[in-house]
Design a protein around this ligand. Structure first.
Ligand code: SPD
Length: 397
């Protein structure tokens, strides 16, 4: 090949190599793949919330502020139904002051509560009234964790028909209703309701006796005397009892549930329809001149209960439960029973008491007397018939 042809061939080859280099193909200059998005612009998955707005993980609920007991509560109670030092003792031990207000009958208590807010943290209804209140949703449920001394109750008081299991109430004291008399002014104790309902002007007690100011108690005495059920719904029987009571009014100085025992003790009166413990208690002031009998026809037996009305604040409820627990202590239960002379449902308290109390047949009636005692029962709508007749008795001349 001629030298000029060789040079031309080299020149062509050189141009071809340069042209190929200009069209790419070498790895060092590889362009980024078009489908590969840069990490920085990667879109978040649709279900993945951006970190900044992510909801906080649920943490433990904040601890509930512990309820502190109220520093003062008001109890609505029967009169002379507490040992006065009990309130002082409770205040010393807990700092909680108990203030007492009084009622004279279950009907007054019920009406007051039905009338609306009262400010009471504790009330003391009898069995049949506790039943009505529970039935009408008027009571708070008790927190048994705050009342460990419930274990001191005699078992029978945990099974009462009106509140099995003590869900709402705790039995406070129990007793009977009969006749008290002044043993200095009467040679022989009364034996029958007849002496009240059929008193003659010639009887020394005529005009010197009282009947309880209590519709169901007075009707019970009259119905039992007549030989009827003291919870009768028979209007003819009730009418007969009503006439009997109206007929007795002339010989009765009044209807009284608060001072009758003092009137007998002082000698102003000779007889009174009343509650066993009230007469025994008054004897401490009147040198034992008051006797008490259960008439041969029988009488009533009742259980009073301590309960918390609906609508109290959590602080008041706790203070009230602490008071109930205090009451159920053996020493405090004994103090209550010893002062009031009523029968205690607190077995642990009774175990600490002496035989003056435990063997007293007026406080704990023997079987033959128990057999003649009747509970007052709730009567539902029919209660209004008793109330109407009671109003007629009160207004009769
Ligand atoms: N002084 C206290 C009297 C308590 C009487 N409560 C009982 C009433 C039953 N009907």
């Amino acid at each position: 090949m001629q030298r000029k042809h060789l040079l031309a061939l080299i020149a062509i080859l050189l141009i071809a190599v340069l042209a190929l280099a200009a069209c790419g193909g070498a790895p060092a200059t590889e362009a980024p793949k078009a489908t590969k998005a840069p990490a920085a612009t990667k879109a978040p998955k649709a279900t993945e919330a951006p970190k900044a707005t992510e909801a906080p993980k649920p943490t433990k609920a904040p601890k509930e502020e512990a309820v502190k007991p109220a520093d003062e509560i008001v109890i609505y109670n029967w009169s002379d139904y507490v040992a006065p030092e009990m309130y002082d003792k409770f205040k010393e031990e807990t700092g909680i002051k108990v203030v007492e207000d009084n009622f004279s009958s279950n009907e007054d208590l019920l009406a007051k509560l039905q009338g609306g807010s009262t400010g009471y943290a504790l009330i003391v209804p009898s069995d049949y009234t506790a039943y009505i209140m529970i039935d009408q949703g008027m009571l708070e449920e008790l927190d048994h964790d705050n009342i460990p001394n419930l274990k001191n109750l005699d078992e029978q008081f945990t099974k009462m028909y009106y509140d099995p299991g003590n869900k709402y109430c705790v039995p406070y004291l129990w007793g009977t209703t009969g006749i008290g008399y002044n043993n200095q002014l009467l040679d022989t104790p009364p034996t029958s309701w007849e002496q009240i309902f059929k008193a003659q002007e010639s009887d020394p007690w005529y005009g010197r006796m009282t009947l309880l100011d209590d519709v169901r108690e007075v009707f019970s005495a009259a119905l039992i005397y007549l030989g009827y059920d003291n919870n009768t719904k028979d209007e003819a029987q009730l009418e007969e009892a009503k006439q009997l009571i109206i007929g007795a009014k002339k010989g009765v100085s009044g209807f009284d549930s608060d001072t009758y025992e003092d009137l007998v003790g002082s000698g102003e009166n000779i007889l009174a329809h009343g509650w066993n413990g009230d007469f025994l208690q008054a004897n401490d002031d009147y040198d034992g001149v008051i006797g008490y009998v259960m008439p041969k026809e029988g009488g009533t037996i009742w259980i009073d209960n301590i309960c918390i009305p609906k609508g109290v604040s959590p602080e008041q409820k706790l203070a009230a439960e602490q008071y109930i627990n205090f009451l159920l202590r053996p020493d405090v239960g004994a103090m209550l029973a010893d002062y009031t002379y009523y029968a205690s449902p607190n077995k642990a308290a009774i175990a600490t008491m002496d035989s003056d109390y435990t063997d007293n047949p007026i406080i704990f009636p023997p079987a033959e007397v128990r057999a003649k005692l009747h509970l007052i029962k709730p009567l539902g709508e029919f209660e209004s018939v008793y109330q109407r007749m009671w109003d007629e008795i009160k207004s009769a001349q």
